[in-house]
Every structure is written in C-alpha cells, then in structure tokens.
Design a protein around this ligand. Sequence first.
Ligand code: G6P
Length: 619
Amino acid sequence: MCGIVGYVGQRSARDVIYKGLERLEYRGYDSAGIAVVLAEDGVGKNFVEKVAGKLKNLQNKVGNLSESSGLGVGHTRWATHGEANEANCHPHISDGITIVHNGIIENYAELRKEIGENRFYSDTDSEIFAHLVADNRAKGMDLSEATRVAFQRLEGNSAFVVIDRDTPDTIIAIRKGASPLVVGVGKNEGLVASDVPALLAHTRDVYYLKENEFVILRHDGAKAFDLDGKEKRIQLEHIEWDADAIDKMGFPHFMLKEVHEQPQAIAETLRPWIVESKEKVRIHVDRMSSGSVVEAVQAAQNIHIVACGTAFYAAMYGQNLIERYVRVSARAELAHEFRYRKPHLRSNDVGIVVSQSGETADTIAAARMMRERGMKVFAITNVRGSSIARECDAVFLMNAGIEICVASTKAFSTMLAVFAALSVGLGVAKGHIDEEQEKEWVGAFLALPSLLEEQLKQGNMIQDIAKDYQNMKGYLYLGRGPYYPMAMEGALKLKELAYVHAEGFAAGELKHGPLALVEDKMLVVAVAPEGSGELHLKTLSNIAEVKSRRGTVLGIGQAKDSHFQDISDRYFSIPTVKLGDLNSILSLVPLQLLAYYISAAKGCEIDQPRNLAKSVTVE
Ligand code: G6P
C-alpha cells in the first residue's frame, strides 16, 4: 500500500531512491515519482518527476533530475483518493516542502476546505499535508516542528516523509497507525523506507518507527521523538537477511522462485519448534514466545483467529486443527468483519492474528481491540519488527524469508506449518496428544520439506494441465475439512493472477447452488487427498455429481487413489505424508502452479497483479 523511500547522504539521491523503489514496487504500482533537492550557492531548489503506471515508466525521466543531489524522496502508489494519473502521483510539493505519503487522511474534506480549494492541483488527500507543513514553515517553525504540528491535525493512519528546499541536509519521517516506516543508518548516509528491502543495498542497521513517533534523519544519524517533541532512545537492529532473497535467482518471476523456496521455508519454520533433548525430540510451544502461551490457552474458553486475504484461509485451517488437537473452541474470522461486529469477547479468551506483513490495518485493529478487552493475543507473522509483532503478547515467526510476489505462496504454506506445530504443541501440553503421536508428528514435520521437493519436480505436469484448461468458462475449487481452505486459496490465486472467475467451495455445498454452474466448459478442481477420514469418500461422491453433469474435473489426490483418478479428467498426485493434516500443505503446490501457468499463458503480470498490493495498510 504505497512504497516510500527517502535518502540523505553523499550519493546520488535519485539513483538510490529509484533502486529502492524497485524493491518496494510490490506495495503499489499505480504510479511513481521521485523528487530531489539541489542546493547551489546556499539556495535550495526542488525538482520532481512523476509518471502514471509502473515504476519502469519513470526510468527515462529520472535522468532529468540532477545526479548530484544528495537529498530526495520517492514513492510508488496504490491509489486511494484520486485516480492514478500524473497529477495525483507523489511526491507532492507546496512551496519549499516536498512530501510522500502512505495511508489515508480521514478528515481530508474539512482540511482541504480550510486550506482553500484554489491551492490544490491534485485530487489526493496527501497534498493537504504538504500545504499544512509549508504553512507552518511560513509561520517560522523549523521543519521538524512544522511537520509535527501539521501531523497532529490529521485523523487516520498515515506515514509521511518530508524534505524541505531550505534545509537540504534533513529528512523528517513521521508515522501513526498501520503505515510502516523503517530508518536505515549507513556510513555517512541516512535512508528511510516503507520496508527493509529498499535499504539493504546500503545498510543493515535499521530502526522501525514506533506508533506516534517521528525521526529527524541526517547523513550522520537519526534521532527519534514522540509527538510531543520529547526525544526517545533509538536502538538499531541489525538485519541478517540474505541479499539473494530479493533477486529472482534465474526464475522468470518471483512467484515461481517463491513456490520453489517452500521446502526450505517450511524447514526453517518448523526447525525452532522441534526440540531435541537427550531423551526425545519434541514440539515445544513456549520456547517460541515470550510468555506462557500454554497457560493462556488452558484458561481460554474461545480462541479467535483473525486475518485477511490468504492469511484468513490459513486461519480457517488453524481453526480446524486447534479444535481437533487442542480441544478448545476456535473460530476463524475476517478482521474487517470481526472488528465491527461487536464480538462477545471474554478477557480470558485468546486471540491469534495472522499476517504475513504484520501491517494489515484491519488485522492490527482487531489485535488491539482484543488486547483492550484484556485478552492475550498471539501473532503469526513473517516480519519480526512489524506492528503486529511488536504489539502482541507472543510472536510465532513464520521464517518464510521475504516474499515479493503480491500473490502469497510460501507465506501461506508456512502459516499452515505454524498452525500445525502450534496445535500439536498445545495438544501435547494439554494431554490430548500422547508421546507416541507426538513422535509421529515430529517425523512428519521433518519429512515435509523433502516431500515438497519431490512434488516440485512434477511442476511441468501442471504446466501441461494448465495448457488444456487455460480457456475454460469458469473454475470451481472444491474441498472439505482441511482442504476447504486450500480450495479457497487455490481459487483466490487464480483470480488474482489470471483475472478469471474462480470460486472456492466446501464440497458439500455444491448441491446447494454451485452445481447449477457445472457444464463441460467449467473446470472443477477437486482437492481431495486421503487423510480427511470419512470426508474423503464424501468429496468423491460430490465429484461424481459433477461428472454426471458433464463437468470437467482436475483431481488432486494421492497416486494410490485409483478411484479418484478414474473419475477425474486429469489428475495430479501428491506424495503421501503420514499425518493427513499435512496433505493440505502438499496440495498447495499444484494449486499455486496451476494459477501461475494459466496466468503466464494469458500474458498477465504475475508478480504484480492489477489493482492489488501486497500489504494493505488502510481500511
Ligand atoms: C493483501 C495481499 C494478500 C494478503 C492480504 C493480507 O490483500 O494482496 O496476498 O493475503 O493482504 O496480508 P497480510 O500481510 O496481513 O498477511
């Protein structure tokens, strides 16, 4: 949801910022712009270049900005207020002040009226802030004071980076709510960005801005303050990420690379859960968190699992496993529904929020709401320093590594792995899983990465299947129990990537409506490996219903399941894992690859699907 980069130092700001924006384009790609300040003979001047559409459209125009400027800001936009044209593109300028923004100014209509309609050249809410800061500067406030005071007039969640023609050695970064900003302190240079990948080429020493905080950044360091102007201590974190993580490494798209990274990612995710001691190997929950998760769950009557998008389908899977192995009532909910439906929450209930980025606005709001009710809230996230990770009582890291493709793949499978480990660990702690069963789980967890490897080797088979099915009238995905969320996720991947109509259904629901859609041009993707017990045979009956209405079936199940193969038009077999619940993770690979290859065949933008952004930091 908008990518921001700011730079102050000795290098060419325009080049550093452009490269940084390339790393953030997953956050928004409706338009892009860069502004620099050039100080000559003590007089600063603003220069700005903007384009509608993707960042690469800006490439030719970047050369118009002076190479020798060492101060600038840049932005890639995911439009909220105002369509994605050049005028609405950031940075926005008012007199000497240049700003870039991520978030929404909720009281924008009132402020715009107050400032005066005649001063506006764009339809954005963001431009307001440039005028407010410029007006404060005109009253004699210095840049940080002008920014701080202007910021206090705003309602809603926002992050801004501000530079000033008249102080060409300073950047101000300020934030409130779910709009992340991270400052990087390098040798004789300072950077700020919406996410770490934009900084990695220059520094690994970073500081995540807290809620209601601003930073004054110069080439020789950063100082943080609260919104009353009181200085705060800055503790830099050192980022260990592998720089290769942000390259395609020979794959044509980040998505394909990330699908292939799943064996490694799952191994990294599960490793910290498995504790080897002299006597045995076991799954340990509290080692993963700061407090006693077990105690909180033991006291809970309900577990509320809250998330958005793909993370919500992981939450559905989690609900299934937690109820079964931990024996406590669990409910997966969409964060934007949950937070407004006035849920009945008890202080001894437990919340689990699931978010790859840890920055999704609705999910953060739901976490806060639960904590305000006195509940313990745990986070499943991929980003250690994210808002969700900082605000929750315990954090279960996914360890998926950075995911760049907007459509989530390895982040989803690692969320499932965390839920499996958490449910089993809690099940053991509550005495519902005995030692023998725990041992079996450990064995299955350890085997999972190589089974995924094995499956990825069959990837070309899915490419072949995708060729046959790329021009269907529509796509229905069916699953039951732990495969129902996989069906939802498979359909979402296809919608996002190939812009075709796809729906996921609980297979038992087919006869209550969707069956009316079935005909030979409708592809029914049936996710039905064995392992869901009695549900397996029931799903096969649903598939038979599809076949008798001349539907076309792509079956995803085990090689040994000859009946399922016989009733399917095409079949993709997944390896057998000892514990059926983990089949869900194995069934994902064909679903992800099917969406990938259909999208590729249609010539769609795989890593950056239209209208979407990786992280949605507004409501
Ligand atoms: C956006 C992304 C989805 C993601 C969802 C939740 O819509 O495009 O891929 O699942 O946000 O993101 P989160 O970071 O909270 O998991």
